[in-house]
Design a protein around this ligand. Structure first.
Ligand code: NAD
Length: 495
């Protein structure tokens, strides 16, 4: 049977605690159905608080006693390069699991795994750049040093939309820094995170350094947030979950890395190459069925070209191939689950009731199985409409026209979020001014959704705190310690 066909029975995964594969103490499991096909494809344990505490204790012990934090960065790098090679060798199988659990197209899923390999390699190299500073300019008496040390035990809580890629934007940097980890993948898409454990073990990551606990956010995730044995938690998810993390940290002053939601604008100036921009805006709104934190969901377009641009955009969107995630021709797969599909459709209906006009799409794609939404564009969207304010997390784009540069920036920044923005223009001044003026952690000019492990990612405003990836991504998981050394006889304070 081809690796790219539906499994006859759901694949069974276990958790990984202190170097051992394990089920939940309660014996409970979670079953995931493929959202593109409606068949059960995977099961994993539904952990409780006791399983989570065991994983936290293992990570704590591995950090405090184990070799990982204390070994030279060159040796950690060697292990991480081996992990990258193993992920590469298993990319097809990992991609297949990701495709079935998330509903994303198979070629995209495999592509994300291959992209993750590159991140693991970058982080492995970056391990050796983790350096402090020496201050030899503070006078004869004092030599000062700033040491960078691994932060400790890091909890990693990840979402369902890019399970392996998002984990790979955090975990290799955490390990490169010398930290240990307790990972909690999203309860609906835990397969590839569980599979990574075998590769970590094969590559020589010592027991207890990475522990994976599968289960509910309110149980496993909350226990990680509440634990005083965990030094930092990286949460990637909705802004609502970010608020929960901040509430937990109010009690224990835990460091938080938060990568949260977005309501990202595409700003299209009249001088842009409108064909390129139409293609980019269509890609940005429909990629991963719009279930992409940095995907563009607002189109801020100069009024003089709004009509012609909307026509070009609709023509592009009409040609997007939505369908079976296992078909290599598919560009947009399924929504995450039935409930989420209905939530997205309800946003469209509500927008229409509030006066918006459907330019294209507007409903469900009728199929025999699975949950698919037509890429949808709406114009005449009134200012207060949730379509313009809330993260819909579906292939839905709302259009707002502008007349001046200042108005464009004001509309783009009129959001509680500040995750990403894309500027489409051939005017150098527009491009450079906008990159300065836009409130977003990532800005693209004449492109969208480009990335690379060299460059940090993160959000402004309610889109998050901290940065992952790049050299900033390794610093994020370190603690800075200041040392002052007296080099002269002490001048006594008490005679
Ligand atoms: P979610 O917030 O529902 O869940 C994210 C993770 O948090 C899951 O593992 C979940 O189990 C866990 N969780 C839920 N409640 C928790 C609690 N009380 N304590 C601890 N953990 C808890 O998000 P989702 O629906 O899985 O993902 C979609 C969201 O993620 C969107 O808002 C999207 O924008 C965001 N996202 C952000 C980025 C980024 O880099 N900024 C990337 C991807 C996704």
């Amino acid at each position: 049977m081809s690796i790219r066909s539906l499994p006859a029975a759901p694949r069974q995964f276990q958790m990984y605690i202190d170097g051992e594969y394990t089920d939940a103490a309660s014996g409970e499991t979670i079953t995931r159905h493929s959202p593109g096909h409606g068949v059960p494809v995977a099961t994993w344990p539904r952990a409780g608080n006791d399983d989570t505490q065991r994983a936290i204790a293992a990570a704590r012990r591995a950090f405090d006693e184990g070799p990982w934090a204390k070994m030279g960065a060159a040796d950690r790098a060697k292990v991480l390069f081996r992990v990258a090679d193993l992920i590469e060798q298993n990319a097809e199988e990992l991609g297949m699991v990701e495709c079935l659990e998330t509903g994303k197209p198979i070629l995209q899923a495999v592509g994300e795994i291959r992209g993750a390999v590159d991140i693991w390699r970058f982080a492995a190299g970056a391990a050796r750049t983790m350096a402090g500073q020496a201050y030899n300019n503070m006078g004869e008496r004092i030599l000062a040093m700033v040491l960078r040390q691994p932060l400790g035990v890091v909890g990693v809580i990840t979402p369902w939309n890019f399970p392996f890629f998002i984990l790979s934007e955090r975990l290799p940097f955490i390990l490169a820094a010398g930290c240990t980890a307790v990972v909690k993948p999203a309860e609906a898409t835990s397969g590839t995170t569980a599979m990574l454990c075998g590769l970590l073990q094969q590559a020589g990551v010592p027991a207890g350094v990475v522990n994976v606990v599968t289960g509910r956010g309110s149980v496993v995730g909350q226990a990680i947030l509440d634990s005083t044995l965990v030094d930092m938690v990286s949460v990637t998810g909705s802004t609502a979950t970010g608020h929960k993390a901040i509430e937990a940290s109010a009690a224990n002053i835990k460091k938080l890395g938060l990568e949260l939601g977005g309501k990202n604008p595409h700003v299209v100036f009249a001088d842009a190459n409108l064909d390129d921009a139409a293609d980019g805006v269509a890609f940005g709104m429909a990629f991963n069925a719009g279930q992409c934190c940095v995907g563009g969901s607002r189109l801020v377009v100069e009024r003089s070209v709004a009509a012609v641009f909307t026509e070009k955009l609709a023509a592009k969107i009409a040609r997007i191939r939505v369908g079976d995630p296992l078909d290599e021709a598919t560009q947009v797969g399924a929504m995450f689950d039935e409930g989420h599909m209905h939530k997205v459709l309800a946003y469209i209906d509500e927008g229409v009731k509030m006066g918006a006009t459907v330019v294209c799409g507007g409903g469900k794609v009728e199929t025999q199985q699975g949950y698919f939404v037509q890429p949808t564009v709406l114009s005449n969207v009134a200012k207060g409409t949730p379509l313009l304010r809330e993260e819909i997390f579906g292939p839905v784009l709302a259009i707002v026209p502008f007349d001046t540069y200042e108005e464009a920036i004001a509309i783009a920044n009129d959001s509680e979020f500040g995750l990403s923005a894309s500027i489409w223009t051939n005017d150098l001044t527009h491009a450079l001014r906008a990159t300065r003026d836009i409130q977003a952690g990532r800005v693209w000019v004449n492109t969208t959704l480009d990335n690379g492990p060299e460059t940090p990612l993160g959000g402004m405003k309610q889109s998050g705190l901290g940065r992952d990836a790049g050299l900033a991504g390794i610093e994020e998981y370190t603690e800075v310690k200041t040392v002052h050394i007296n080099l002269q006889p002490r001048q006594h304070w008490i005679d």
